[in-house]
Design a protein around this ligand. Structure first.
Ligand code: PD2
Ligand code: ZN
Length: 280
């Protein structure tokens, strides 16, 4: 009798031996498994493995996170008013790269409406829960209010449908401009619950559970979004986006990420951060 524990052991042994999770699916198919069952089994084995270590290390239990509809079959996703391409995905960290999420006109509209309101970017100061300029973040930015204008509302509705997550759980869209030489050093987007300032930030909407970084232009050189723990880089291409989720506020999600220096030209992005609960 093959138990779930036996299957988990077999899957994890292969991953420990250097196989990628995607490659562990193939031998299961050869043994007659349905593809979705095999993918689910590999994901569940990794998840149970991580959960066990997390419990032992006192890490918070995982919460439900946004996930694009049908992201496993690398097809196009119907996001309501637009078909969005799935260009790539990773399992750990959970990353999906989207093509054609925004039209050229939408990118231009967001840049032009944001331009006059840009200010030196600030980061949340976790000691106090307030925010302040930070040397790791040499960009300029602004926030739109949720649903602030027709373009913002349309993009937000599309994101909610694409990621299957309530629109009300999203922070306002943030637009950032990086000039030549500007970067965003690697960081996590969740709030560290151990820091004294976190309680104030978490009171409104709970944790951040996912980020969607949308590229509004294609920098002449540089400016990729990098995931150092995964040795993965996403090129900034106008209209495309990178989505990543983190089901607990911990480095085990492998979601350390940064904006590589812009080497020539400028880089514009719009970021949507998603919370656990309604963000008002
Ligand atoms: O500009 C980026 O690629 C980037 C990198 C890291 C954006 C963010 N983080 C963010 O908006 O959180
Ligand atoms: Zn970030």
């Amino acid at each position: 009798m093959t138990t779930t524990a036996d299957i988990d052991d077999w899957i994890l042994a292969r991953i420990r031996a250097g196989e990628s999770p995607e490659r562990v699916v193939a031998p299961l198919l050869e043994r007659g498994w349905a593809e979705q069952d095999a993918i689910d089994a590999v994901e569940a084995a990794i998840r149970r493995h991580l959960d066990r270590h997390a419990r032992e290390a006192g890490v918070p239990p995982p919460v439900r996170v946004p996930a694009p509809v049908a992201w496993n079959d690398t097809a196009a996703i119907d996001a309501g008013d637009r078909e969005v391409q799935v260009l790539a995905h990773l399992v750990l960290p959970q990353v999906v790269v989207f093509g054609g999420l925004l039209s050229g006109d939408e990118c231009d509209a967001l840049i032009e409406r944001a331009r006059a309101r840009l200010q030196r970017s600030r980061t949340v100061d976790m000691r106090t829960g307030g925010d302040r300029p930070h040397p790791d973040r040499s960009s300029e930015g602004m926030f739109f209010r949720r649903g602030e204008d027709e373009t913002v509302a349309r993009v937000e509705a599309r994101i909610a449908r694409l990621l299957d997550w309530p629109l009300e759980n999203g922070e306002g869209l943030q637009v950032l401009r990086y000039g030549a030489g500007a970067e965003y050093k690697p960081h996590y987007d969740y709030f560290d619950p151990q820091q004294p300032g976190s309680q104030r930030v978490l009171a409104r909407g709970g944790q951040r559970v996912a980020s969607l970084v949308m590229y509004l232009n294609t920098p002449a050189r540089g400016g990729a979004t990098v995931f150092p723990d995964a040795h993965f880089e996403v090129a900034a291409v106008r209209g495309n986006a990178v989505f990543f989720s983190y089901d607990r506020p911990h480095p085990m999600t492998r979601t350390l990420h940064g904006g590589a220096p812009v080497l020539a030209g400028e880089k514009w992005i719009a970021t949507k951060w998603l919370r656990e609960r309604r963000y008002d």
